[in-house]
Design a protein around this ligand. Structure first.
Ligand SMILES: [Fe+2]
Ligand SMILES: [Fe+2]
Length: 294
């Protein structure tokens, strides 16, 4: 067995910001699991900044203004959205507020409205603030998104070097290949490329050669005894019959999944990344369960 130290480099001698990013929060089960386990993550990792994707917080699609305020009250510093960004009408005016800490995807039409860059101030004693953006993929995604590669290139150029900032890019994409290509395209120019949207945590968290942290999917905060958050019986019925089913929210095996990234205050790149999951996944079968199609 190989012991892996955390952090992976000696950050005691390098000024660093600890950044925690929570994967897609799915409906009531996701909101409750975050409320329960975020304090434990804080105790274990002491993040300076916590950001969460909450595009599924409202019944599985969207985020209401009330839920935005509730998540912020839990101490979440900023919230990103994805392809369900505009499902809840009440979030639209919030997306326009200059001081609001919620953003929609960068590479949708400017005509869609809403802010696209989440600016977070430097933690005490650091000089770099953090800018978080999310971009939609174009493979197996329904929305008419622009080129995510060029969108991030343009944003990096626009941010310039007037003030030191650490850039975090959320890759809200379906295809693993598109997420990996974006990460390699941005390696050495942003601190992290963190995948979301597919709701399944992946085991590939790593630092790329240029210093960019990457994980294909952080995983969701929600019920894992489900089909990516939806009621497993309804999804199986639909996929075995083709007859329309209203997908309710799943239940059981609720987990908080996140990535914790150590950000160098000197370079604006990553020192380490670690995937975390609360509660820890089971290592043995809990006993017989009924077949979902039964
Ligand atoms: Fe999504
Ligand atoms: Fe999602």
């Amino acid at each position: 067995m190989v012991a892996v130290a955390w952090p992976l480099r000696d950050t005691a001698r390098v000024p660093a910001t600890t950044f925690a990013f929570l994967g897609d929060i799915v409906a009531g089960p996701g909101r409750r699991i975050v409320e329960t386990w975020l304090p434990v993550l804080r105790g274990d990792h002491a993040p300076d900044i916590v950001v969460a994707n909450a595009e599924n917080a409202a019944h599985g699609s969207g985020l209401s203004a009330r839920q935005y305020r509730e998540l912020r009250a839990l101490g979440i510093d900023g919230i990103t959205l994805g392809d369900h960004a505009f499902r809840e009408p009440s979030i639209r005016p919030v997306l326009e507020e200059p001081e609001a800490r919620v953003i929609r995807p960068l590479n949708l039409s400017p005509r869609a409205g809403g802010r696209t860059v989440l600016r977070l101030p430097p933690p005490p004693g650091r000089r770099r603030g953090v800018a978080v953006i999310t971009v939609l993929g174009r493979i197996f995604m329904a929305l008419p998104a622009d080129d995510p590669f060029r969108a991030v290139d343009d944003l990096i150029a626009a941010l310039g070097s007037a003030e030191p900032v650490t850039i975090i890019v959320e890759a809200h994409m379906e295809a693993t290949s598109e997420k990996a290509a974006l990460a390699h395209h941005l390696d050495g120019r942003v601190a992290a490329v963190l995948g979301t949207h597919t709701h399944v945590p992946t085991a590939d968290a790593r630092i790329l050669p240029g210093g960019t942290a990457f994980i294909t999917d952080v995983g969701m905060c929600g019920p894992y005894d489900s089909c990516i958050g939806r009621d497993k019986s309804a999804v199986v019925r639909y996929m075995t019959t083709g007859v329309f089913q209203a997908y309710g929210i799943g239940a059981g095996d609720e987990r908080l999944c996140a990535a914790v990234v150590s950000l160098s205050d000197d370079t604006g790149l990553a020192l380490a990344i670690r995937r975390v999951e609360y509660p820890p996944p089971p290592v043995s079968h809990p006993g017989p369960v009924p077949h979902p199609a039964g």
